[in-house]
Design a protein around this ligand. Structure first.
Ligand SMILES: Cc1cc2nc3c(=O)[nH]c(=O)nc-3n(C[C@H](O)[C@H](O)[C@H](O)COP(=O)(O)OP(=O)(O)OC[C@H]3O[C@@H](n4cnc5c(N)ncnc54)[C@H](O)[C@@H]3O)c2cc1C
Ligand code: FES
Length: 409
């Protein structure tokens, strides 16, 4: 008993003396109050810490751009010296930043996972790795305009796609598709740095060899950390020349070949189409819900592919009466675009971060009319559903609407 106490540095005087010490707790506290200064605490350390960890905005500047593949670049972001962002918010590997960008006069947001590590943030930089989308509204703009010195405004770190030792098993299986590899770079590098006590087997699906991002970097990290990190590449194209790659898709058989599903926590990040496929394969293992973690996948590319979306409104343009503060504006809204996009097109600067129905930052009141809510992105609380609150990023107009939106802060 004594040994134990020594180990934890606890001094047990005697049971009765310790019990009596409690009787003095209240009078001792009173004495301390009497002695304390009556000056107000102007610099509350907890508030200061909260602002450092969760800044509303971070003002950044591009300090380096690296080509990863023909369609992917990594942007290094450092604090803009002409702003009041002096240091970067710390984060958990796997989180994202919501960028706020003016594209041809329209203010929009887009989430991007941080591909560098938390310790890089302490050194003064973040990296984000962006794939150019065909006809992508922001990514085409980025390819034409972003260069060293371009200023970029972002949120603080956001999202829940991170490893939590109290919840997750030590063995992670990362399932990535396309640009969904980016949060895993942060996680893998943090494991290699010895700062995340976990092991990872990464199953990374791509269409073509040329689309694989971070191949050489991951192979090097894997070589130096063979007991903690394993990467497997799965290619859906016909001709595969890379040694050791699998052909096809991430099926139950591939998962079984490389992982013990029953003693792993799965982390999935990629396009929606990959989730649909991989989740069916994972269902075959009958794992508890908490053992499969998913990153938000953003807005649905083509809502008409949702079987229960009312196809008869597909061609329609509805009117939305928008209350914002004391203003009332009427704007057009295309049925197949989210209400959030309609608000952005009308330049109303609506707040948003995840664009996936998850963060609640765009939460608004539906006063009148009907919206179609994408069921997989409906993360609203019961109370919100009851009192007609909705998330414009995950909702599509299917009649004329009247809504009340919050101002961006
Ligand atoms: C949590 C999360 C993390 C992500 N991380 C990454 C990452 O690390 N790397 C990466 O490459 N991607 C990432 N993404 C995807 C990323 O956020 C973007 O969706 C992607 O880069 C495509 O953006 P885009 O604007 O080019 O294309 P889209 O978002 O497909 O742009 C086209 C859309 O713009 C709309 N639009 C057209 N004109 C206007 C207008 N005038 N005003 C407003 N809207 C208009 C169209 O309706 C259309 O829906 C992530 C997504 C999520 C949810
Ligand atoms: S932006 Fe996150 S819920 Fe709409």
């Amino acid at each position: 008993m004594k040994e134990e106490n020594k180990k934890f540095d606890i001094t047990v005087k005697s049971n009765t003396r310790d019990l009596f010490a409690f009787t003095k707790l209240v009078p001792n506290r009173k004495k301390r109050f009497e002695k304390a200064s009556n000056e107000p605490i102007t610099k509350d350390p907890m508030n200061k810490l909260a602002v450092r960890l969760h800044p509303l905005r971070q003002y950044l500047v591009i300090s380096d751009i690296k080509n990863e593949t023909n369609s992917t670049k990594t942007f290094k972001l450092t604090p803009d010296p002409n702003s009041n962002t002096k240091e970067l918010a710390y984060f958990r590997a796997g989180q994202y930043l919501s960028l706020k960008v003016q594209v041809n006069g329209v203010a929009i947001t887009r989430p991007y996972s941080i591909s560098s590590t938390p310790s890089d943030a302490l050194k003064g930089f973040y990296e984000i790795t962006i794939r150019k989308e065909e006809h992508g509204f922001l990514t085409e703009y980025i390819w034409d305009n972003w260069k060293n010195g371009t200023k970029v405004e972002s949120s603080g770190p956001e999202g829940y796609f991170f490893y939590e030792p109290l919840r997750d098993l030590e063995q992670i299986v990362g399932i990535a598709g396309g640009s969904g590899i980016t949060p895993f770079r942060s996680i893998i590098k943090e494991i290699a740095e010895g700062k995340l006590d976990a092991k990872i087997t990464l199953l990374y699906g791509s269409s073509e060899e040329a689309d694989i991002i971070f191949y050489d970097e991951f192979k090097e990290i894997e070589k130096n950390n063979p007991s903690k990190i394993k990467t497997v590449y799965i290619l859906s194209c016909d001709v595969v020349s890379l040694e050791g790659c699998e052909k096809g898709f991430i099926t139950k058989e591939i998962i079984e070949k490389y992982c013990d599903a029953n003693s792993s926590t799965f982390f999935i990040c990629g396009p929606q189409i990959m989730y649909n496929f991989v989740e069916e394969e994972l269902n075959k293992f009958k794992l508890p819900v908490k053992r499969i973690r998913r990153e938000a996948f953003g807005e649905v590319k083509d809502i008409l592919t949702n079987p229960d979306f009312p196809k008869e409104v597909a061609e329609k343009i509805f009117k939305i009466k928008v209350h914002i503060g004391n203003l009332l504006k009427e704007i057009p809204a295309i049925a197949t675009e989210s209400v959030l996009i309609a608000l952005e097109r009308a330049n109303l600067n609506p707040p948003s971060k995840c664009r996936s129905g998850e963060c609640g930052f765009c939460r608004s009141l539906l006063i009148d009319g009907k919206v179609y809510i994408n069921p997989v992105s409906d993360w609203r609380k019961g109370g919100d559903k009851k009192f007609n609150y909705f998330h414009p990023c995950a909702s599509y107009p299917i009649s004329d609407l009247e809504i009340k939106i919050p101002r961006d802060i």
